[in-house]
Design a protein around this ligand. Structure first.
Ligand code: ARG
Length: 607
């Protein structure tokens, strides 16, 4: 039950009545929005200006006519017209009260399934295995997982697929290291550790700089030997393929604890290697269909203008073509992605494919999507759900700065340790104010540290508009006040402590919610906010933008704290008011918990 949708459908017939030629007026329904200033009402309909222009009438007159044409309803107080033709809308308290009771009995808190259930394939995480996982893949994992959860919550079928980089040049390094420098006993005892040691050892031997790509070290004999191993692997050399197979379980084992710790489960992990057997077929088919051509021994798909730039001048001026088979016979990232699209389209018949991958790959996806369409994969919405970079405090790309890339596990450890420190400080401060404090056991403190620390890292990432770069600042992320995970988790725990303190069985609210009354402005504002979860979730899904959910949570947390300041709950004046306020507290806790869950963030019952 989305309030905004309900209001828009009230206006729909009135708008059509006044403007039969609706197509000519820009998005009139979109001009109905939450009010920027609560003093003016709950929502505002700003359709009269555009409509007045089209009809050649004064906007305030049009606004009055619109109001008069609204159907009878029990949602709204009589709307008022202000200024140049704004229509201010205020919901009736009885409507708010009833709506709250309704969401109380709804496990989805008022969020209804999408009108049309679609099938999404979401490409997320995509780490390059056999390398220590880099913080760069963190954003894809966190944002991708949130999108999986949000779209599923709206009733869509979602297939998460981890397009592992499990066939790349890094295996040349491992193969070379294994063949020349392995310690058999160490490999037998702990293959994960031994492979990691070999990887680091060979890179050092090849003098590759920290963060430098495996394509580096062009004139380095060690890297040349590594590359020769990769080529043999790709040419199906039996020894290298057998070794690759024996390395893979250890590589996957390196990743497992991180996904576990992040609480991310991905349905499939069909990596690059899975598509290897299909690549020759992709190239042959593209050639046969005339989409790809031969150029200087390579097979390429001409650029968008149909050109394969040949002369140096052309090469400077024109966009490059996409190479799908290099002169030496090697297939490319593009070939693999084309095979992947075809496989996914045939296997899952999705309505949409989302790629949660960093912004630097924008051109790659733009061209791959266009080529897939030319190749005949149609009727699918392709989206590069791109995101900006994580920056260090020096505003350089995080992890490649000098001094070494922090490994993700260490980073999560740091976040947990810092969260614990802040939790202790917060508790000590409250104790010094004479507040009643819950004294957690050591093991419980560890759990709080983990839930808050991992939550902090995820929340900080998700609360950014994903397309912008952001500075990775552990201290800010783990702050206990502000738009952070900890603040929301504290807000949740506070609700729970009210129930413990008052000996309240909030379970009964889910079947028989008490009558709601909203005499105080702060409780009315909170009620309205609680009813806006569907708007936030639907908007986040429409734009693939989880930060719309954190923005919602932040406003909810603020409304909640104003409510606590103005309204006593356990000591409310009458039993009816107390019951009504307890229901609000219960809904706050449920909405926070649910919204955080959509972001993959957990809560604890006591903090
Ligand atoms: N492994 C790739 C990288 O690290 C990301 C994979 C993204 N998905 C895809 N289908 N290309 O850059």
């Amino acid at each position: 039950m989305n309030l905004l949708t309900q209001l828009r459908s009230l206006f729909e017939p009135a708008l059509t009545g006044l403007a039969p030629d609706r197509a000519k007026v820009p998005d009139l329904l979109g001009a109905i929005k939450p009010a920027a200033n609560a003093d003016n009402g709950d929502y505002q309909a700003n359709c009269a200006m555009a409509l007045g222009k089209q009809l050649g009438q004064k906007p305030p007159e049009v606004a009055k006519a619109l109001v008069a044409a609204l159907p009878a309803n029990d949602l709204l107080e009589p709307p008022t017209v202000a200024g140049p033709g704004f229509i201010n809308l205020r919901l009736k308290p009885e409507f708010l009260a009833r709506a709250l009771q309704e969401i109380a009995t709804d496990p989805k808190l008022g969020v209804s399934p999408a009108a049309k259930s679609k099938t999404f394939v979401i490409d997320l995480s995509g780490p390059n295995v056999a390398k220590p996982l880099h913080v760069g893949h963190l954003r894809s994992t966190i944002i991708g997982d949130a999108l999986v959860r949000i779209l599923r919550f709206l009733g869509h079928t979602v297939i998460g697929d981890n397009h592992l980089g499990d066939w790349g040049t890094q295996f040349g390094i491992l193969l070379y290291g294994y063949k020349n420098h392995r310690d058999d006993a160490a490999f037998a005892a702990d293959p994960v550790r031994e492979l990691l040691r070999l990887y680091i050892f060979v890179r050092k031997q090849a003098a590759l700089a920290e963060g430098e790509d495996e394509e580096g070290g062009a004139d380095n004999p060690v890297m040349a030997a590594c590359r020769a191993e990769t080529s043999k692997l790709h040419a199906n050399d039996p020894e290298n393929v057998a070794l690759w197979k024996s390395f893979m379980p250890a590589c996957m084992e390196m990743l497992r604890p991180i996904y576990e710790r992040l609480d991310v489960k991905i349905d499939h992990a069909l990596g690059e290697s899975f598509y290897n057997p299909m690549l020759a077929g992709v190239v042959a088919d593209m050639l046969a269909k005339g989409i790809a051509v031969e150029s200087k021994g390579a097979i390429v798909i001409p650029n968008a203008k149909g050109i394969v730039p040949q002369t140096p001048e052309e090469q400077k001026k024109e966009e490059p073509p996409a190479i799908i088979r290099k002169r030496d016979g090697a297939f490319t990232y593009t070939t693999t992605d084309l095979a992947t699209i075809k496989y996914r389209a045939e296997t899952w018949k999705p309505d949409a494919m989302l790629y949660v991958v960093g912004a630097p790959q924008a051109l790659h996806f733009k061209t791959v999507f266009a080529q897939a369409k030319r190749w005949g994969v149609d009727g699918i919405e392709f989206q590069h759900v791109q995101f900006g970079s994580m920056l260090g405090a020096d505003r350089k790309i995080f992890g490649t700065r000098k001094g070494g890339a922090l490994e993700l596990m260490e980073l999560l450890n740091e976040a947990a340790a810092l969260s614990l420190q802040k939790y202790e400080a917060n508790t000590a401060e409250r104790r010094s104010f004479g507040h009643k404090i819950y004294e957690a056991e050591a093991s419980e403190k560890q759990e709080i540290a983990e839930v808050v620390g991992v939550g902090a890292v995820k929340y900080a990432d998700l609360s950014q508009n994903r397309t912008t770069d952001y500075v990775f600042d552990l201290d800010k992320m783990t702050a206990t006040v502000g738009n952070t995970a900890a603040y929301m988790q504290y807000a949740y725990a506070r609700c729970r402590s009210i129930f413990r303190e008052g000996g309240v069985d909030e379970g009964v609210f889910r079947t028989a919610p008490p009558a709601v009354t909203l005499p105080h402005a702060a409780e009315r504002a909170l009620a309205l906010h609680l009813l806006r979860l569907p708007e936030a979730v639907e908007a986040a899904a429409a734009d693939y933008a989880p930060h719309l959910i954190t923005a919602y949570l932040w406003d909810l947390a603020k409304a909640t704290s104003v409510f606590y300041e103005g309204c006593s709950v356990l000591k409310a004046d009458t039993p009816e008011l107390k019951a009504s306020r307890l229901l609000l507290v219960d809904l706050v806790s449920r909405v926070i918990k649910q919204a955080l869950e959509l972001l993959g963030i957990r809560v604890v019952e006591r903090m």
